[in-house]
Design a protein around this ligand. Structure first.
Ligand code: SAM
Length: 336
């Protein structure tokens, strides 16, 4: 699939639940959430069918996200279904990490969730970590789970994922002091750390000018402790991060700047499937196409493929975040 601007679409991000066990200030700050009724959320079998159609159209990379994907009941069943889909060569997971160390039954053995996922073909895991300070972690996420997340990272290391990335959302006045510490922590453990600019994806008062910390400023804060960083435009993962190398070190750190990087959308190869069955061509646009309706009407795969093509045709040249964007759905409902 190719969009109107020549982007080859090969990456699908699938949100399997809108529920989460944390309450991050920039994502899902309210204690009392209106979760989607269960019958509005696609079953794992429905999701797998949509993904099979996507794979037939050239999608090779899949990232499972949420909400917190590991809170969904029987989540390993979903990964078993994914294993059966030909064409998906690169399977990743985005998680807050807190449930990775949990013990689960997998093929007659008790293993960690991380080990079971690795065994089921998950290649990479991205773990959200905005701070290494327990009190700050609790303030960011509404939960005192830092020790769970750190144990989750250990479980992921033990499970042998091909890459473990850390995602840190930047917030002025909240975690600037943590940036050098996070760089050091990532370096010591071999994690690829990325800093993410706050995006206006939630309808919350947290997304203000005062809270916004631009990447350039974050980089200066880091350079004060590491010395000058060298840009490495040759180093690419699958996303929009721009990587920099630390002086006298092999360590790279990534910067994801949806707001200040004017080239952010240029290499976008992504679509999103929300847990209630909307296909979205862009995180920063209100465009979406319903695929649950046709799916539940029993249409054939060719008709579902048309829904994909229509979504790809509607893919905008760039996101609307810089254009006084008013959040519609919360990030939690789209899948970050
Ligand atoms: N629960 C999982 C997790 O914690 O990674 C997956 C879902 S979460 C929505 C995916 C990513 O989106 C996380 O790295 C999170 O920090 C990021 N995110 C959520 N809201 C954001 C916002 N307003 N601006 C920037 N990143 C955000």
């Amino acid at each position: 699939m190719e969009d109107r601007f020549g982007h080859r679409i090969s990456y699908l991000r699938v949100s399997i639940t809108d529920r989460c066990n944390e309450r991050c200030v920039y994502c899902l700050p309210d204690e009392h959430q209106d979760w989607l009724p269960r019958d509005q959320v696609l079953t794992f079998e429905e999701m797998a069918r949509v993904i099979r159609v996507a794979a037939g159209l050239g999608v090779t990379k899949l990232r499972v996200t949420g909400g917190e994907p590991l809170t969904r009941r029987n989540v390993l069943h979903f990964f078993r279904l994914l294993r059966e889909i030909p064409g998906i060569r690169d399977l990743g997971l985005s998680t807050n990490g807190s449930l990775l160390p949990k013990e689960v039954e997998h093929e007659g053995r008790t293993v960690t969730m991380a080990a079971a996922l690795r065994d089921l073909g998950v290649r990479t895991v991205n773990v959200s970590l905005d701070t290494l300070d327990p009190a700050q972690y609790a303030a960011f996420t509404g939960r005192d789970y830092l020790s769970h997340t750190l144990a989750g990272l250990e479980a992921a290391r033990a499970a042998g994922f091909e890459s473990i990335k850390l995602n840190c959302v930047l917030m002025r006045g909240r975690n600037e002091d943590q940036l050098p510490r996070l760089v050091q922590f990532a370096g010591e453990h071999g994690y690829l750390l990325r800093f993410i600019e706050l995006m206006p994806v939630s309808s919350t008062e947290v997304l203000t000018e005062e809270n916004f910390l631009p990447l350039a400023e974050a980089r200066r804060i880091i350079e004060r402790s590491t010395g000058p960083l060298t840009v490495r435009p040759d180093f690419k993962t699958n996303g929009p991060a721009l990587y920099y190398q630390l002086p006298n070190s092999e360590q790279l750190i990534g910067f994801i700047g949806a707001m200040t990087d004017l080239h952010f959308c240029e290499s976008c190869n992504k679509l999103r499937l929300t847990c209630e069955g909307k296909l979205r061509p862009c995180l920063g646009s209100h465009l979406e196409t319903d695929i649950r309706g046709p799916l539940r009407l029993g249409v054939d795969d060719a008709t579902l493929a048309e829904v994909f093509r229509a979504t790809v045709d509607s893919k905008p040249k760039q996101h609307d975040f810089r254009d006084n964007y008013q959040p519609g759905r919360k990030m939690i409902a789209i899948g970050g």
